[in-house]
Design a protein around this ligand. Structure first.
Ligand code: K7E
Ligand code: CUA
Length: 769
């Protein structure tokens, strides 16, 4: 018994030594010693105490950051600022197998434009799905500015499920913003372009180039955008910028900024002053006010025509039906942010030092009374600024974006040129506090700041550049996200986090306990379509099927082998490998990588994924598991053998490098008996406790039962060979029996530890299985 226990223990607890020493050295130094040595102040310590999260600790909020040009979404915790995940969205993400397995390749293919696969994204604005204006923790949306696309990420598994391409735009910026019940996701164009996909000379800019605002219909139940039920407002060729949806009293309406309402077209090489000169001449640009609720009714009533295969509400129709209005706004504005109660809309002009607060009530009155100051060149009624303005506050040079606090009337505005955050009261119109941040702040985010009930607490300042803040890493620096405590009257800077993945424009943060992510899939699950995979395979049912010119390999992975371990095909055949992870235990992911075929899969518990490729060159292609999943992980391997056309196998068999005798067999059998005793004692512990109250443990026990089942089969094979006197095979199968036992014991011990750590109670003794 002892020898076997030792072997298992060394297998199971071989890692994790060496921690004890460093902790004891650390413990000898006093707090004062450390402060002195590292040059820290009391203020630093206080800041550290507010962000430091001890091992095993969780964050109160999860932030979802745009990954900028990487096309990913970055997930990090607040207040710890620890990065938890990069979600592949518009671009491949190898660790998750995103863009490598057939299932996720199909998602990326949805994002093709004019038949071209786009392998980058310029992600800007993430947005959570909402119910009655509150984040509901179900979905996340994000836009790609360069290639007008919108993606849907399911927060049940943090995977991208859908990409839609805008049929009217050539760029977008004013997305993603959701309406209060996620009826629609807003996406507004940025650079005006012809509605058709044809060539249109710039001389026809005013007549043929257009902006657009799409309301994408979202089906919360299905978790997918419905392009066929979505509609788009045709807008003048003013460069539309950010958007926001009305809330509560202003629900049913949307707001979209613009710049360059001068409709200036540059052309330095034609001797014309550049865009920047011509786009900043007027004192004001236009806020677009759209009535999506009424527009949706028109669509439903069949009164809207389709252009480019999608509903388009023309400017003419929008004006006639009272769906579209313009209001002058400070020039070159950036953010447009509706207050939590929906009563105010704050807009800051980049080239102005004021933030402008508009009153929804006043806007509505003007619309009701048809009080307009005129029309724009496209016939859209203009409501005068003075009829709609509530107040105007000097907040600093280059104000950009706004985020609301939990405290009534309090808002935070990012001040780009002055590099600071201004906290001010938008009801009374006065500045409350200002905090200098490191440099060039872009967006800022408060906790649940876009919802109808912001939490306040923390603010993150998303600084465009890091300059001198971190250890230099070459000419391209990371971005700097600075955590700020906003719980008191004065803002306090707590922490700098470098973010090394693209320029993250915007972040949204949600209370962590609103998210209920899964730890496993239902067995045989296609996570991208959220359906049972047609390729799912159960243990013992692995097979190879040749159909319609494709070699389908139905395989499985489980600690620590891939079935099949040898795949034989002929040169020129198309191979489609479908792998199902049979595990249920948390975090028991296997990978699958193959030499030179660009095959790289991530197979989380329960998942089925496929890799299809042409075996166009005869040769030997090793494959293996890429996740360190178990002690025998390196042995989780196999070979794809691509035989030359017409190859005739020579006689002979695999000559093993090691010969085994009866003594070897007996020794292995003895080890197995001892190991079984260990397993029995662990099983005894588990079944004598209320383990069924712990779903995590139930999953482990189910996996352990599977492994033990395989162990029995291996044992029978070993005994059959031994009976025939074939000790070579008998010893190998007895060894495999032991491998299954080790995995059973591993799972059992994990379950036992979990029960001990979570205060499981002893129950009436039951018979051990
Ligand atoms: Cu960079 Cu919202 Cu695209 Cu401002 S955006 S900074
Ligand atoms: Cu499975 Cu390593």
């Amino acid at each position: 018994m002892k020898a076997a226990t030792k072997r298992i223990c060394s297998v199971l607890t071989g890692v994790g030594l060496g921690l004890g020493l460093s902790t004891s050295v650390w413990a000898q130094a006093s707090l004062e010693d450390v402060m002195k040595e590292r040059g820290l102040t009391q203020k630093d310590l206080l800041a550290a105490a507010k962000t430091y999260t001890p091992t095993g600790g969780r964050d109160e909020y999860l932030a979802f950051s745009s990954g900028g040009q990487s096309g990913h979404v970055i997930v990090y915790g607040i207040p710890s600022m620890r990065i938890l995940k990069y979600i592949g969205v518009f671009t491949p993400e190898p660790w998750q197998g995103y863009g490598f397995d057939d299932e996720s390749k199909a998602i990326l293919a949805q994002g093709k434009i004019n038949g071209k696969q786009i392998t980058y994204g310029d992600t800007h604005h993430p947005a959570f799905s909402e119910t009655e204006g509150e984040y509901n923790g179900k979905y996340l949306f994000i836009n790609d500015k360069a290639n007008p696309r919108l993606a849907v990420i399911d927060l049940h598994d943090f995977e991208t499920k859908q990409i839609v391409v805008n049929p009217f735009m050539k760029s977008d910026h004013g997305g993603a913003f959701v309406t209060p019940n996620t009826e629609y996701v807003m996406e507004a164009s940025q650079y005006a372009a012809p509605v058709s996909h044809d060539y249109v000379p710039l001389e026809e800019f005013n007549d043929k180039y257009r902006g657009a605002l799409t309301y994408w219909k979202f089906d919360m139940k299905e978790g997918r955008i419905k392009p066929e039920d979505s509609f788009t407002f045709e807008l003048p060729p003013y460069s539309q910028d950010l958007s926001d949806a009305g809330k509560k009293v202003s629900a049913g309406w949307g707001f979209t900024n613009s710049f360059c309402s001068e409709r200036y077209v540059g052309g330095i090489e034609r001797g014309r002053p550049p865009f920047e000169a011509g786009c900043s001449q007027k004192d004001t640009d236009f806020l677009h006010v759209t009535n999506w609720k009424k527009a949706a009714e028109l669509v439903a009533a069949g009164k809207v025509h389709k252009v480019n295969g999608s509903y388009q509400i023309t400017i003419e129709q929008a004006v006639k039906e009272g769906l579209l209005y313009l209001i002058p706004e400070p020039k070159s504005p950036h953010g447009v942010d509706v207050s939590p109660d929906g009563k105010h809309i704050i807009i800051a002009g980049k080239l102005d030092s004021h933030a402008w607060v508009y009153s929804w009530e006043k806007i509505q009155n003007a619309i009701k009374n048809k009080k307009f100051e005129g029309k724009d060149p496209y016939g859209i009624p203009i409501i005068s600024m003075k009829d709609t303005l509530h107040t105007q506050v000097q907040v600093g040079l280059g104000p950009l974006h706004n985020q609301y606090d939990s405290k009534k009337c309090v808002v935070y505005t990012s001040i780009y040129v002055d590099s600071m955050v201004t906290k001010w009261d938008y009801c009374q119109g006065k500045v409350l506090d200002q905090l200098h941040i490191h440099y060039n702040i872009g967006h800022l985010v408060s906790m649940e700041g876009d919802s109808v009930s912001p939490d306040g607490k923390y603010l993150v300042s998303l600084n465009k550049l890091a300059i001198d803040r971190f250890n230099p890493v070459g000419p391209l620096h990371p971005q700097n996200h600075q955590l700020i405590d906003i719980s008191g009257d004065k803002m306090q800077l707590l922490y700098d986090m470098p973010l090394p993945l693209g320029e993250p424009h915007y972040v949204v943060a949600i209370k962590a306990d609103k998210l209920k992510p899964a730890v496993r899939y239902k067995s045989g699950w296609d996570s991208r379509s959220d359906k049972k995979s047609p390729w799912k395979t159960r243990a013992g049912r692995e097979k190879v099927v040749r159909k319609d010119g494709v070699v389908h390999v139905y395989g499985t992975v489980i600690r620590s082998h891939i079935t099949p371990e040898i795949i034989e095909v002929e040169e020129g055949e198309t191979v489609s490998i479908h792998l199902t992870n049979l595990e249920r235990a948390e975090d028991e992911t296997h990978g699958f990588a193959m030499y030179s075929q660009n095959v790289n899969l991530s197979i989380e518990p329960g998942k089925t994924v496929s890799a299809t490729f042409k075996a166009d060159k005869a040769g030997v292609y090793p494959y293996y598991c890429t996740e360190f999943c178990s002690a025998l992980h390196l042995e989780m391997q196999g070979y794809l053998l691509v035989k030359p056309k017409g190859y005739v196998a020579k006689a002979g068999k695999i000559e093993e490098g090691q010969k085994y005798t009866k003594a070897d067999y007996d020794k292995q059998v003895k080890t197995n008996i001892d190991t079984q005793a260990v397993i029995n004692s662990v099983v005894g512990f588990i079944t004598s406790h209320n383990y069924k109250d712990f779903p995590e443990v139930v999953a482990l026990v189910e996996d352990a039962t599977d492994q033990l089942g395989f162990a029995d089969e291996a044992k029978k094979k070993a005994e059959a060979y031994a009976a025939k006197g074939d000790y070579q095979n008998a010893t190998l199968w007895a060894g495999q029996h032991w491998q299954y036992q080790v995995k059973t014991a591993d799972l059992g011990l994990r379950a036992k530890t979990f029960l001990e750590e979570h205060g499981a109670k002893k129950v009436e003794p039951k018979k051990a299985k």
